[in-house]
Write a protein that binds this ligand. Structure first.
Ligand SMILES: [Zn+2]
Length: 706
């Protein structure tokens, strides 16, 4: 019997499948040949079969290392249901249960043994597993070994050591995270020997990827138009902040779109309710921030729109990939405005606080005589006079925690205090203050007054969630009302105090603090690099799906045939394009419109420029602000798409700016102003911007272009 036949027999008899997917077969055969392997497949792509099937052929046991205790039990239950002898050992078992299972494993009762990596720290356990005949070690969720992954687990860093002590059997590393950096890290940290890389299953042929570059102010309209093209389908709109979610939901509701909002500020109960509403089809659109992992698994979503550009291709592809899980054609639309990058840079800054900030915070904490400190982020910021986002303070504390300088014991939310502003305040005073139009607020106030009258006079200390529940309103609405009544001097309201308990573990002078500076620098550089790659996706001139798959290391030999580029939109555009937003590819529009829809707005500007129009004429023609057209030109110049600059920039200005730049090689916002001041007054900001964009692409050339 050939290998192939043998595999197919096992596949059919045990797993009840008839065919292996291409990547799976290669992984299994390589494993049977004793090679080290790295398998990269998306979630749901059939990764587990790559080690489960050879486990039935190997003479020894297959040890599966997995950090996900819940999934471990599921997998083992599933295997047992298929009559495959497997078990797991993790922290959910008692010591007796664990040693019983280990004994059974030594007696060859199991083909597969699932283990949580922390188990290796246990000396007697480790000694016992050294007795096992191990044919393969499968490291699941292998990206947890990479410090640059989102899921880093220190216990994974110890794996190399343990695997060596186990006699270094062949290793199969598996993950769904496929960025080159993480992949390299896995190979290095696990010391894989000339591993065979198997990357497969990332392509989503039913998804149409499209990008529209636009001004921020037009995004709402585009979302509305796109949604209206799907009269009987639902989808997700991702936004980058809660405020944007609020605005967009209100806007869509004004147009009678059943839109709901989903973000980190909601309680788990509220999120559950929203999720049900959406799953049962009672809402058409869910507007969500990415702050929380979405527990939404709805297979018939026809569109996923990104209102803002995310920070990485991974994040984008994961979120966009929620469209069309049922395999039917679906749209993944990304709206991009130049502002998006700044927002992402803001997030990156918060995630990568400067070294001085980390040290400032540490130094400040050491001024407390007691090692246990209950403190809020705003206390820290105020003490240091910092104009820093909370995010950066939080990250700085996290870094100090990781390096062993402190421990964050817990986050604490104290109770809110509510008291009538004076003993004479009556129900009617609140009613008058709120005014007759604030119906909901009035309702809440009346109930609150009615039910807690006596306590309100004395001063009511209560958890806001509890109070909101007991009154039957949302916490947000209640908090808003309380603030308003406080401002109107009807009540005194002290919001709950949100603090963090910190325990200082080491006290030393600032100079002696030893942080991994190199690692911090690398992390920042990597985040910026990923953002660049995300932005390159926006400006990419080629198949979008190919770009994404390239990024993940899987190669698509032909274009996807679905994205805006493949449909000819980027190259083949219409110069008299009038309407700035009516242009989405959609099954309901004819192909002519589809072509229109998908061009980068900058390329339309380029076409008009090439047809002889000047900046003002283009702005008029396109009904866009001239500043927007200037931005388009800057982009086109930077990317080298405009070669003939005669009608755009004066050669003399180019020479002058170039000379000034030679004196001030470091260009910052400030020097921009300095340059402007040194130029003759007839050179305006537009001239300067265009010139700089042009020079950006022609650094090594003479400024004169013809
Ligand atoms: Zn394509």
């Amino acid at each position: 019997m050939s290998n192939h036949e043998q595999l197919n027999n096992i596949l059919k008899n045990y797993f009840n499948f008839t065919q292996l997917r291409p990547g799976q077969e290669l992984a299994i055969i390589s494993a049977l040949q004793g090679q080290d392997i790295i398998v990269i497949m998306p979630t749901g792509g059939g990764k587990s079969l790559c080690f489960q099937l050879p486990a039935l052929i190997f003479p020894g046991i297959t040890m599966v290392i997995s950090p996900l205790i819940a999934l471990m039990k599921d997998q083992v239950d599933h295997l047992n249901a298929l009559n495959i002898p497997a078990t797991f050992i993790n922290s959910s078992l008692t010591t007796e249960e664990a040693s019983e299972r280990l004994k059974e494993a030594l007696n060859k009762k199991y083909r597969l043994l699932y283990i949580a990596p922390e188990r290796f720290y246990n000396q007697s356990f480790f000694k016992a597993v050294q007795q096992l005949p191990i044919s393969l070690i499968a490291v699941d969720e292998a990206h947890c070994i990479s410090q640059w992954g989102h899921d880093f687990r220190p216990s994974y860093l110890q794996l190399k050591k343990f695997i060596t002590a186990l006699g270094r059997p062949p290793i199969m590393a598996l993950t769904a995270t496929a960025t080159p950096e993480v992949r390299e890290d896995i190979v290095k940290q696990l010391n894989l020997q000339q591993p065979r890389e198997i990357i497969t299953g990332f392509a989503r042929p039913n998804l149409s990827f499209e990008v529209i570059s636009t001004a921020d102010s037009q995004k709402k309209e585009i979302v509305l138009e796109t949604i209206q093209q799907y009269p009987s389908a639902s989808g997700i709109v991702y936004v980058s902040t809660r405020q944007r979610a609020d605005e967009l939901v209100r806007y869509l509701q004004n147009y009678h779109i059943a839109a709901i909002e989903y973000h980190a500020g909601l309680s788990s109960g509220e999120r559950q309710t929203l999720q049900n509403t959406f799953m049962q089809g009672r809402a058409k659109v869910i507007v969500a921030t990415n702050a929380f992992g979405l527990g939404i698994d709805k297979s018939d979503l026809r569109f996923v729109i990104h209102y803002d550009m995310p920070g990485t291709i991974e994040a984008y592809y994961q979120e966009a990939g929620r469209a069309g899980r049922d395999g039917k054609p679906s749209l993944c639309l990304l709206l991009h405005s130049p502002r998006d990058r700044y927002l992402q840079e803001f997030f990156i800054a918060g995630d990568n606080p400067p070294l001085d900030l980390i040290l400032d915070i540490y130094e400040f904490l050491t001024t407390y005589p007691n090692d246990h400190i209950l403190i809020t982020y705003s206390t820290i910021k105020n003490a240091l006079g910092l104009d820093t986002p909370d995010l950066a303070v939080g990250t700085a504390l996290k870094i100090l925690e990781r390096e062993g300088y402190l421990a964050k014991t817990y986050e604490k939310t104290s109770q809110a205090m509510i008291q009538l502003a004076s003993q004479d305040i009556k129900l009617v005073d609140g009613q008058t203050a709120l005014g007759p139009k604030a119906k909901k607020s009035l309702e809440i106030w009346e109930k609150l007054y009615d039910r807690y009258n006596g306590k309100l006079r004395a001063g009511l200390y209560i958890n806001l969630d509890t109070l909101a529940n007991s009154l039957g309103y949302k916490k947000d609405s209640l908090a808003r009302l309380l603030k308003k009544l406080n401002d109107q001097k009807i009540i005194i309201y002290e919001p709950p105090f949100k603090g963090t308990e910190i325990t200082l573990l080491k006290r030393c002078p600032r100079e002696a603090v030893n942080l991994d500076y190199e690692a911090l620098k690398t992390k920042l550089a990597l985040a910026q690099h990923k953002l660049d790659q995300m932005e390159n996706y926006v400006y990419h001139r080629g198949c979008r799906q190919q770009y994404i798959l390239d990024y993940f290391g899987e190669h698509l030999s032909v274009g996807c045939g679905q994205c805006d580029w493949c449909k000819g939109g980027l190259n083949n555009y219409w110069p008299n394009h009038q309407n700035k937003i009516s242009h989405h590819a959609s099954p309901h529009k004819n192909s002519f419109n589809i072509q229109l829809s998908t061009k980068l707005t900058q390329l339309i500007t380029l076409e008009l420029y090439q047809s002889g129009l000047n900046l003002q004429e283009i702005a008029r023609e396109r009904q866009l602000q001239s500043e927007t057209i200037v931005e388009h030109f800057c982009y086109l110049l930077e990317k080298g798409l405009i070669t003939n600059i005669d009608r755009l920039i004066d050669d003399n200005i180019v020479t002058m700016v170039q000379d000034l730049l030679a004196q001030k090689p470091l260009l910052t916002t400030n020097t921009l102003k300095i340059i402007k001041e040194q130029l003759p007054s007839y050179v305006d900001w537009t001239d300067l911007k265009l010139t700089l964009a042009y020079l950006h692409n022609n650094k090594s050339h003479e400024p004169k272009a013809s």
